[in-house]
Design a protein around this ligand. Structure first.
Ligand code: 3UK
Length: 534
């Protein structure tokens, strides 16, 4: 497959990718289709009934690049995007890249304080948001001493994305970039400290789309991809945008928060062949399938990532729907899945085997390789890993190990046959519904409540085996524990934190287990939680 500035030998395993100087990813994902006669093919279909062909996509991408440049956004400048899953997400993202501007999709479930931090940290020039998120974006902008100069709601009154696109030229030449020059960023959260901007290069989406999308999932031109996981998440960005665009396939977009009814409706109406979810959603869908019988016959394969898929969910889904779920582990830093199960080769309860094109190693404390069957820290190397974290040399040095090796922060076991099994995090971070959640952030919110003296938050498995945050709370002297107070504390979290960051259970305790030096022993609480559930 030769085209401008890139040669792909997909007969080789792993596929060989050769980037010429000046390579700009937008030409490979968007413009290529015009030359390949795919202009009239539908690239995007929305649940609202909109259809965008490859020719229309290419034109809108050009308009977006020109509009941003015309507003004064320069090469290398950042465009922050709090944009729902809609065609404008594609236009802004690829238009920016084609014009040499760096798009930064943000989690649209976050709160004003999070956005304020990211706007300041990124020193962005432009912010674009869907009106649905104005309630958090506008206070963030208002709190800034120097707000970014270019502010663009997607639609509405005055200067909007839709208005500037309509006024811009539909012709744009791609700005010459290069395989390893900066293309886009994604923010990732840590247990302590603030989110980190992972800086991705022009080659990275090509690598994930070919090595995992095409070579593991077999995404073809005839496929229709539907990702319940949103585009702002590296997982959704691949599933719902780069994989279908790479293959000349069709992406299906649902702009609402995914839940069993709307995801089933989308599958029935737009008939995707590939469906991408997270374990929490599969669990909720299984529950809904007890009373609903949606027609899922268009789907050939399902994918799960974000957190470990319990073997029981895999089996029940197979029983109910006849469909296989491929669990695979990816990360924001690696961009997409690098260890995965395969169609026809699934080990339920594991993440599967290394995706060809990537290397993985499990290392012991001192750095020596772990023997098969022994737990250690998972490292990964591949052609899609982030170059560094923006403005954060310490975290960069701790995670990016050099020579494209990354420390995932996960504990894994690799068995003698090469299957990798997840054993937990090496830090206190939790995955809730596939999205990072810091127990420390929830604790900080809870201790801000006037009735709370001390608190520790841990992850505890729910009935489906999926981790949810639970809080152990010591109340101030004289404050009685009650169900009403537990509800009040949950609300106190929900009102200020992203909606998935609240304790699903609150345990009132007289004291917290601590070390001699006063450090809270979260592992003791985890043992307590396990003992109580057993
Ligand atoms: C955990 C998993 C067990 C693991 C992601 C697919 O989740 C993604 O990216 P994030 O940066 O989180 C990365 C961390 O999440 N994890 C993800 N998948 C699995 N643990 N089994 C799994 N299947 O701790 C990892 O380090 O939010 C997933 C594609 C792209 C992604 N960014």
């Amino acid at each position: 497959m030769p085209f401008e500035n890139l040669t792909v030998d997909s007969s080789a395993r792993p596929a060989r990718l050769q980037f010429a100087p000046g390579f700009n990813a937008a030409t490979a994902f968007v413009d290529r289709h015009l030359g390949e006669g795919r202009g009239a093919k539908v690239a995007i279909r929305t649940t609202g009934g909109a259809e965008v062909t490859y020719a229309q996509l290419a034109e809108q991408v050009n308009r977006a690049g020109n509009a941003l440049a015309g507003l004064g956004v320069k090469r290398g400048d950042r465009l922050l995007m709090m944009v729902k899953d809609c065609p404008e997400f594609f236009y802004l993202f690829w238009g920016a890249i084609k014009a040499g501007i760096v798009p930064v999709p943000l989690n649209t479930l976050l709160r004003a304080a999070d956005y304020q931090y990211m706007i300041e940290d990124s020193q962005c020039t432009a912010v674009a948001w869907s009106p649905e998120f104005a309630g958090e974006v506008k206070p963030a902008l208002a709190a800034l001493r120097r707000p970014p100069p270019v502010l663009l709601p997607v639609q509405g009154e005055g200067q909007t994305v839709q208005a500037v696109l309509a006024a811009a030229s539909p012709q744009l030449r791609a700005v010459p970039a290069g395989a390893t020059s900066t293309c886009f960023w994604l923010y990732s959260s840590g247990s302590t400290g603030r989110p980190k901007g992972a800086v991705h290069r022009h080659r990275d989406m090509v690598a994930t789309s070919q090595l995992y999308g095409s070579d593991v999932l077999g995404v073809k031109e005839s496929d229709v991809c539907f990702s319940a996981a949103k585009l702002f998440f590296a997982y959704g960005l691949g599933n719902g945008m780069t994989f279908p665009l790479w293959a000349g396939a069709t992406a299906v977009l649902l702009d609402a928060r995914p839940a069993p009814p709307n995801t089933f409706e989308t599958i029935e109406k737009l008939r995707p062949t590939l469906y991408f979810g997270v374990p929490t959603l599969y669990a909720a869908q299984l529950q809904a399938l007890e009373s609903a019988r949606p027609d899922l016959s268009s789907v050939r394969l399902c994918v799960s990532a974000g957190e470990a898929l319990p073997a029981d969910i895999f089996r029940r889904w197979k029983e109910r729907t006849g469909l296989t779920i491929l669990d695979g582990i990816g990360s924001t830093e690696a961009l997409h899945i690098f260890i995965s199960n395969r169609d026809g080769d699934v080990r339920p309860g594991t993440s599967g085997k290394v995706v060809p094109g990537y290397e993985a190693r499990v290392v012991l404390e001192g750095g020596a390789p772990a023997p098969a069957g022994e737990a250690g820290r998972l490292h990964v190397k591949g052609p899609s890993t982030a170059a560094f974290y923006w403005n954060n040399p310490e975290k960069t040095a701790a995670t990016m190990l050099g020579d494209d090796w990354l420390d995932t922060g996960d504990t894994y076991v690799c068995d003698a046959e090469g299957y990798y099994r997840y054993e937990g995090r090496s830090d206190d971070m939790l995955k809730v519904g596939g999205i990072w959640c810091s127990p420390i952030e929830i604790e900080a919110r809870l201790v801000a409540h006037p009735k709370v003296l001390e608190v520790a938050v841990i992850g505890a498995p729910d009935a489906a085996g999926l981790v949810k945050p639970e809080a152990y709370v010591v109340l101030r002297e004289g404050v009685p524990a009650s169900h009403a107070l537990a509800d009040e504390l949950m609300l106190h979290c929900k009102s200020h934190l992203a909606p998935y960051k609240f304790p699903r259970q609150i345990h009132f305790v007289p004291e917290l287990p601590k070390t001699a030096t006063g450090k809270i022993q979260r592992f003791r609480l985890r043992q307590l939680a396990e003992a109580q559930k057993a």
